[in-house]
Design a protein. Structure first.
Length: 123
C-alpha cells in the first residue's frame, strides 16, 4: 500500500476480523486499521494526512522513508581502493558497497566475543 511516498504493511487478525497496518520506513508510529480493504486503504491515507498535518502544526519536518539512494563522501583513495576491489570481484561499485554494508550490519547483529571469553550458544 503506497500513498504520498509512504508504504504501509498490513497484518490480518482473524480473531478480531480486522486488518491492522503500520507505515514502514519511519520511526514515528503511524498506524491504521479496517475491516475491509476499502476501509483499510481509507484509514491508511487518513493516517498519512493526519501525520503530515500534525508535523506541520508543530513546525517539525515529517520523517520520510529511505529512498534507497544516498550520497557517500569518502576520500579519493578509499574510493579508488573500493573501485579496484569491486572490479577485481567483477562487481559494480554499487554491488560491492551494498555487500560491504550488509556484512557490517550482519556482524553488528552477532555479539562480539571478548578476548578470552567463552561464548555459549543460547539454549
Amino acid at each position: 500500500m503506497k500513498y504520498k511516498g509512504y508504504t504501509g504493511s498490513v497484518e490480518y487478525h482473524a480473531d478480531e476480523r480486522l486488518f491492522y497496518g503500520r507505515v514502514d520506513g519511519i520511526t514515528d508510529l503511524v498506524s491504521f486499521q479496517g475491516d475491509t480493504v476499502e476501509s483499510l486503504e481509507a484509514d491508511f491515507r487518513a493516517g498519512i494526512d493526519d501525520y503530515l498535518a500534525f508535523c506541520e502544526e508543530r513546525g517539525v519536518e515529517p520523517q520520510r522513508p529511505c529512498s534507497g539512494r544516498f550520497v557517500l563522501r569518502i576520500s579519493p583513495e578509499l574510493h579508488r581502493d573500493a573501485a579496484l576491489a569491486a572490479r577485481t570481484q567483477r562487481e559494480s561499485l554499487n554491488t560491492w558497497i551494498t555487500s560491504a554494508i550488509q556484512a557490517r550490519l550482519a556482524a553488528k547483529e552477532r555479539p562480539a566475543a571478548k578476548r578470552g571469553a567463552v561464548v555459549k550458544p543460547a539454549a
